[in-house]
Design a protein around this ligand. Structure first.
Ligand SMILES: [Zn+2]
Ligand SMILES: [Zn+2]
Length: 282
């Protein structure tokens, strides 16, 4: 798999935008599934640039399953991921940004915080932050369908069917997840914690990369408070909204760096361009 991606990116991504881009291949499979040992599956949109792709988490329970975040919604998730077939699914968005909420419209049971509800009723490129420089030619290592144009990308409306708030619980029969409202990155950002195992699904509140606190509805002071709250929770494993999973020590390190003024994306166009250049020199 890494070899295939390398080939695709070498043939399609221009160096620093100076060379004309060759036509990109149309992707065959869109999703990749990585199973963890505890009935947690990580689903990713493998043809999106690694600096953009969101982690879609599938938790298999005895009676029902959770999908935590849904990706960009470019290809049908349930139809194309065999392990989801026939499962009773509840979809939760940790927040309404396009990379997490784009696939929500596929699901009958759509959960999120009320402060993100108006966005899911009437998503636009600006209220889902799809217009902030992250959706561009280099975002796509292969195309989801023939004739796809990134300029036309939009999140489809997906009105929430259940509003989540602090303390709400998802009981899957054999495991229980509790909702935490952790605003700052966005007003209605939520995380889910399985207290029995210390497994946290954190969305974009925390992940192992630079954090985003300067979007139109971000409030850095709130993100600080949310991160301080996370430090007090019984967390052992963090499954973030992007990049790899990590443990409590790493979580504390990331929080410490952010609280000390580091670990921020800053100006998003500059960050994206630096990420593209880093990827093409790998
Ligand atoms: Zn986000
Ligand atoms: Zn994100």
């Amino acid at each position: 798999m890494p070899q295939i991606e390398q080939t695709i990116s070498n043939t399609t991504v221009g160096h620093e935008g100076k060379e004309p881009q060759l036509p990109k291949p149309i992707a065959d499979d869109w999703y990749e599934v990585k199973p963890f040992s505890d009935n947690v599956n990580l689903i990713t949109e493998k043809h999106l640039a690694p600096w953009l792709r969101c982690n879609i988490w599938h938790v298999r329970g005895r009676d029902s399953d959770l999908i935590i975040d849904t990706g960009m919604g470019l290809r049908p998730l349930v139809k194309e991921v065999a392990s989801l077939a026939g499962r009773p699914l509840t979809a939760i968005i940790t927040h309404s940004h396009f990379d997490h909420s784009g696939g929500l419209h596929e699901f009958e049971h759509r959960c999120g915080h009320p402060l993100e509800a108006a966005i899911m009723d009437a998503p636009t490129p600006s209220n889902t932050v799809a217009d902030t420089g992250y959706v561009r030619a280099e975002t796509f290592l292969a195309l989801p369908w023939e004739g796809f144009r990134y300029q036309d990308y939009e999140v489809k409306p997906a009105p929430l069917t259940r509003h989540l708030d602090e303390g709400d619980v998802f009981d899957l029969g054999d495991r229980v997840f509790k909702v935490f409202h952790l605003p700052g990155h966005s007003p209605g950002s939520v995380a889910l914690l399985e207290e029995a195992t210390g497994t946290l699904f954190s969305g974009d509140v925390i992940y192992d990369g630079e954090l985003l606190d300067n979007l139109y509805h971000s409030v850095p002071e709130q993100l600080e408070e949310s991160l301080k709250r996370l430090k007090e929770l019984p967390v052992s494993t963090v499954h973030g909204g992007h990049f790899g999973s990590f443990g409590k020590d790493r979580m504390e390190q990331i929080i410490g760096e952010y609280l000390a003024g580091g670990r921020r994306v800053g100006e998003s166009n500059d960050w994206v361009e630096a990420s593209i250049n880093a990827a093409s020199s790998d």
